[in-house]
Design a protein around this ligand. Structure first.
Ligand SMILES: Nc1ncnc2c1ncn2[C@@H]1O[C@H](COP(=O)(O)OP(=O)(O)OP(=O)(O)O)[C@@H](O)[C@H]1O
Ligand SMILES: [Mg+2]
Length: 210
């Protein structure tokens, strides 16, 4: 029997980790054997690469960033995701291929065809069965991620740039959802957690086989 492969995507602070954890607990309560991992990460090599990718002390050109993310992904697919799916397990990833297209492609401007080919290479072409895109305004996501109020008295230049970048990423995600509506389901994540979770649960209930 083939497993089920779910990915949770969205900008910073959109609620991915919150929703992925609820989803895993709910699926377990329904008898699924589940595996949840974040990207980049989820394996020993992947977590080491994650530290390199996120460590702001060392310069990292955008091409290297893309290749390190894809290297971590290839390892995760090989070591964990593909074998578990083969065993019939339900795998949930907190970020996956669409984050790469949205951040490195739409956000940083790297070639979208290259990214699509690298995504295919790293995943061996195994696409998620369902993707939840948690869609939220860039300002809301960034303020949630920083755990502070939206009504700041001013935004400095870096913050304005960051918001513009995050807005491009958000639009990239929405473009992906429009291009692949059979896989990607966009959820309005500006609502409270229970409302978002309710829509996610219903969507997965309707897409799970049998
Ligand atoms: N729908 C929601 N409404 C309000 N707050 C939320 C909502 N969902 C999550 N949060 C809160 O916002 C913060 C960020 O949520 P979470 O960590 O789940 O987002 P994320 O998408 O995983 O972020 P990151 O990209 O930084 O990993 C947390 O403090 C969480 O409790
Ligand atoms: Mg998270």
């Amino acid at each position: 029997m083939a497993g089920f492969f779910i990915t949770v995507e969205g900008i910073e602070g959109s609620g991915k980790t919150t929703i992925a954890e609820r989803l895993e607990a709910w699926l377990r309560s329904r008898g699924h054997t589940t595996f949840l991992a974040r990207e980049p990460g989820g394996t020993a090599v992947g977590e080491a690469l994650r530290k390199l990718i996120l460590d702001a002390r060392h310069p990292l050109c955008v091409e290297s960033e893309l290749l390190l993310i894809e290297a971590a992904r290839a390892q995760l697919m090989d070591e964990v995701v593909l074998p578990r799916l083969d065993q019939g397990q339900t795998v949930i990833l907190d970020r996956h291929i669409d984050s790469t297209t949205a951040y490195q492609g739409y956000g940083r401007g790297l070639d979208l065809d290259w990214i699509a080919r690298l995504n295919h290479f790293a995943t061996r072409g195994r696409r998620p069965d369902r993707t939840l895109l948690l869609d939220v305004d860039a300002a809301v996501g960034l303020s949630r991620a920083r755990g502070r109020n939206l009504d700041v008295p001013y935004a400095d230049r870096f913050e304005t740039e960051e918001r513009a970048f995050m807005e491009r990423v958000r639009q990239g995600f929405l473009t992906l959802a429009r291009q692949d509506p059979a896989r990607v389901h966009a959820v309005d994540a500006s609502r409270d957690v229970d409302a978002v979770w309710g829509e996610v649960r219903e969507d997965i209930q309707n897409t799970l086989p049998n």
